[in-house]
Write a protein that binds this ligand. Sequence first.
Ligand SMILES: C=C(O[C@@H]1C=C(C(=O)O)C=C[C@H]1O)C(=O)O
Length: 398
Amino acid sequence: MTNTLAASATHDDGRAHLLLQSHEGSRLCEGVAAVLSPALPELGAAVARHFASPLAVEAGLLAGALPFDRAQAAHLMAPQRLVDAAPAQAWLQRMAARGDAPAPWAITPQPSRTRYEEAVAQAVQRLRGPDALHKVVLARTLRAHAAQPVNPWRLLQRLAGDPGVMRYVVPLPVPAGEAPAWLVGATPELLLSRRGARIVSEPLAGSAARVGDAVQSQALADALRGSAKDQQEHRYVVQAIADLLAPLCRQLRVPDAPSLHATATMWHLGTRIEGELKDSSPEGLGATSSAALAALLHPTPAVCGTPRALAAQAIAELESVPRGFYAGAVGWCDATGDGDWHVALRCARVQGHEARLFAGAGIVADSVPALEGAETRAKFNAMLNALELDLAALPSDL
Ligand SMILES: C=C(O[C@@H]1C=C(C(=O)O)C=C[C@H]1O)C(=O)O
């Protein structure tokens, strides 16, 4: 399971770099001493085996990405070293300054917004029919092509200044001979965090765009809080996470009602679930490390739907572009099992001259296709802004 090679290709400065950055601090990983690529059901055991092996000396942690599809391979790297905060900041600035602005971009919706809204309408029919499907999350993409190679570090810097998100650049596996690829984004959603016996999950579901005018924006937030449809979308997620965590916890605190979570561009309904593990011993890490717990919870109904298997099947039928690592998770886990895993949202897969942006929305029986199209459009804004595009000048049907 542990390969001592840089399967994710060498990147900038000849070494792969991975960066996770939030208002709580930042983690820049340099070099690749080993790669772990188990499918999600085997992830917890593979991570525990890695840390039990004498090879796991390096920087003492694993960091990387989990794919959306549980059957596909994760991409976790044991870095050669962790870079301290000050040199990490200097390194990032140097990398971000490389090359010119990536203009002009050619942007192609895949599928078109109309085709996406048709897929949402089909999903609504199913949700109203006799099937047991209650919620499904449908995504779409924008393919952005630039005249120059896309610099993921420049995009990351453009995502700065939003305290409601965790920013990330994570190298992705690529077939031999291809240009390096990264997942770059700024996610507001915490899948699972563990410190000792304490765990936290903070799912989001139910969304509205934030707009420039403060009064109007507050009205949108109030409407979101009062929306029965959004509250229902949200409840499915909280219930699924609580059901999976409860058997592992001696205490689990699940608030009755969600609160409002803000990013620079969106409002979300969010619930902070806090628990205390029954077993936080080193022997239990195969099932209780932060990586194992993230793999247990993923994919939640925030990115897949309810029930999970039916929703995943509907996604496979109704979406035309594979998700890859979008709507998976990005994060880290150390030898004690501590770690943070965020849902891989508000992101783009960057490779060569291309950035592919992803955004999705939760669909329930009461969803209105045009509104879900608009919600995905609003969710693209953070990344479109990172591409240095003039948002006001973009076509209205994007
Ligand atoms: C699927 C995405 O977002 C998810 C779906 C949400 C919703 O349906 O309201 C809200 C937050 C995320 O859990 C995305 O941003 O692409």
